[in-house]
Write a new protein. Sequence first.
Length: 357
Amino acid sequence: MKPLMKKSLAVLTLSTMMTTGAAYASTDNVQPIKALTPVTIQAAMSTITINLNGESLTENGYQSPNAAEPMLPLRAVAEKLGYTLTWNQETLSVDLNKGPLFTTVKTGEDRYGINKMITTLGTAPDLSDNKMYVPASFVSKVLNESVTVQGNSVSITSVTLTEQQKKVQATGVITAIRTEGKYSSVQIQGIGTEGLVLNVGDETLYQMLDGTKLSLSDLHVGLTVVAEHSLAATLSLPPQTPTSKITVLDPARQADLLGTAGQIEEVRSSEDGKTSILIKGTKLSDSSQSEIVLQLTDETSIINKNGESVEKAQLVKGAQVVGFYGPAMTRSLPPMGKAWKVVVDLKEEQAEAAPQM
């Protein structure tokens, strides 16, 4: 073998030995490479302490990360405020009741019932460890108590009882009476979302202006009443308030009265000087009419929604009114009847422009 070839083989052999040895040495010293995984840091829920009327509750609330407001234990708070709670297993809901005040809370639904009316708070109730938790705003906006959130503590000051002792009066015409189950209410000053809902209970007194005692069953739509109620009211539409007394201002009641709320489409005058109005709108009961012609008589009471007398000249085409009439009507289309009372939704500009009679 030629010297040059021998030298080349020797270099190649040495190079191979060095590479092989380095490989074995590297294998002995190399540590397994750990895969890089994202590190997730879960923020813990904060414990919320609760102070109610200066007393610390033994049960705490909580606040989840990024939550808008703390969650409070419903039973612990509501019972301390004097509410009676009834758990409904089928619907996973809770009924709260205190006198004429009542509300319903259902697990997982941001729909809070206030005396059969619905409101939302942006946060649904939560059921955890067999306890119902509600957002702090439930106590302030539904139960009408004063709530202050500071850091990891919530302070609740009961204003319901003190506010209920402050009575105010409201006058208006009854447009609806609801007696569903154990909850009853009387609506005045409007229909639908307008007016005021008077929540009544066993403690509510009913009477005529002369002091004659009445019951809830003696009331009917169309009666003008003055209600003594709490200064506190819900934020629902219409607002609702506990009511302690309802006094009927009409000298007499009218059985089986019907009502239609809507707009005057036509004002008619007969040759003998009698006036009638055509109302189209919403009937206040199943027996009422959505379209009715009402004849005005000398006995017809014409008032505004606060029970104040107004002139007949306010009954013009386009005016919003509620007409009350008896069950006796003609068989014509639309039917005709005699107006017992007409309530005019009188605007301020109308009142200023009203002709003086």
